[in-house]
Design a protein around this ligand. Sequence first.
Ligand code: NAG
Ligand code: NAG
Ligand code: NAG
Ligand code: NAG
Ligand code: NAG
Ligand code: NAG
Ligand code: NAG
Length: 418
Amino acid sequence: MWSLHNLLFTLCIVLRCVTTAVEVIHVTGYVGREVNVSCSYDEGYESYEKYLCKNDCGNYDVLITTSNPVINKYGIHDDKTARIFTATISDLHSVDAGQYWCGVTRTGSDIYTEVKLELVRDNCCDTVTKVQSYEGYSESVSCPYESQYQNSLKYICRGTRPSTCLQQALITSDTKSNGRFTLDDDKVSGTFTVTINNLTQNDSGSYLCGVHRNSELDIFTYVELEVQEWCCLNSIKINGTVGHPLTLRCPYPAQNWDYKKLFCKGDHRNNCTNVTSQRRFTLQDDAYSNSFLVRITELEAADAGTYWCGSDSQWRVGNYTKIQLSVVFLQHTTTENFTTILEIVGLNSTDVPDATVYVVFPARSVLLLLLLCALVIVHKYKYYKLKEAEVPISRHPPKAAEEEELSAADSHQMTTHV
Ligand SMILES: *[C@@H]1O[C@H](CO)[C@@H](O)[C@H](O)[C@H]1NC(C)=O
Ligand SMILES: *[C@@H]1O[C@H](CO)[C@@H](O)[C@H](O)[C@H]1NC(C)=O
Ligand SMILES: *[C@@H]1O[C@H](CO)[C@@H](O)[C@H](O)[C@H]1NC(C)=O
Ligand SMILES: *[C@@H]1O[C@H](CO)[C@@H](O)[C@H](O)[C@H]1NC(C)=O
Ligand SMILES: *[C@@H]1O[C@H](CO)[C@@H](O)[C@H](O)[C@H]1NC(C)=O
Ligand SMILES: *[C@@H]1O[C@H](CO)[C@@H](O)[C@H](O)[C@H]1NC(C)=O
Ligand SMILES: *[C@@H]1O[C@H](CO)[C@@H](O)[C@H](O)[C@H]1NC(C)=O
């Protein structure tokens, strides 16, 4: 029975009784996604059964018919007004590529239209345009296109998946402006430009510029955006101890040596507060090392936070250091290895040859020092007694933690055991 059908089919193909003459419908889909195959038919066939088949279109080659419009990964829908039926193949795999036929069932031989399905991988692209910017800045991404697409829809999306790009577009040439995004299509030069305002590091990543086409896959260009932290020559994290002094080193570009130096506190540089008016803070320039030092005499718990060192009142990129200060309470432990850490902060930059230095006093040395001092005092006291001098004696034992010293260091982190 179905061999007769096959014979009719072959005969039909040979005799070109295919409705739309020799036209072949070319369809392209993305692997892993779905594709729509649309076939039109002549007036009068609206109520006839439509189907999609593969290979020779034998009974077992029929994938889906309008009589039973959903089977596995196939679906079919007949738009009788437009006289177009659309078969959908989802979850595309490479084996799905190849030849199909759109069929209209009728007595005698059916009507066939040939379909060629091609599959492409759902990623883009071989060439990438890299764009770099900074937090808070605006940046424009240029997407060139060929002149024939002047009037096509343009859009941009995140990621590198062409199949979902239009659906997830951040902005299209129809909307033109959406939050921080604006799209400007210059049809003369054949470039559309997407501007992103007020960048954050979250904006870093891949973007696809898309040009929409009606019967073919859209065209994409791939852009990689990198948004760097606004800031700075360097960003440093340090720990300080309550009650102890701390010196921070703020490097600046050599050409800024005669600029006014800034030191302020706040999460954001644009509304940080000048703390140098407080008595505990003193600024001292150290022109030899292209840096200034901020001394804090006695650290308080409330000093923890973010600080900004600057040498340029216009806050230009690259002229600043961000310092995140954590303040800890000195813990009293019984272990002999207990150490007091004093920190002097520098920079790991090639521009300024200095580095973070840790001066570590092991407790044992401190005890030894105290003992030594006590001995000296006792000895001197005896000496004065002997001389029967009337000089009043007022001595305090040296504090465990002395004001730290700045050591010259190379550009690597260093730990010095005293
Ligand atoms: C296929 O057609 C359906 C119905 O019109 C539509 O929702 C779907 O997005 C189309 N799929 C593709 C890949 O174009
Ligand atoms: C930029 O973004 C920040 C935080 O997201 C917001 O506070 C600020 O108002 C924005 N500025 C502009 C000009 O949109
Ligand atoms: C950054 O992106 C993540 C996920 O995309 C989101 O959850 C988060 O809220 C974003 N942060 C900001 C500051 O926009
Ligand atoms: C500061 O202290 C924290 C927790 O005690 C530690 O993880 C971090 O490494 C310290 N940072 C520095 C720069 O010493
Ligand atoms: C400082 O500015 C930032 C962003 O401009 C804002 O999010 C923050 O609330 C401001 N802080 C204060 C204390 O005004
Ligand atoms: C910060 O305050 C100090 C002391 O009041 C002042 O000398 C200095 O000029 C101020 N710095 C800035 C950048 O306003
Ligand atoms: C500091 O700012 C000046 C002026 O804008 C700039 O020319 C220079 O490159 C910046 N310094 C660094 C180290 O980026």
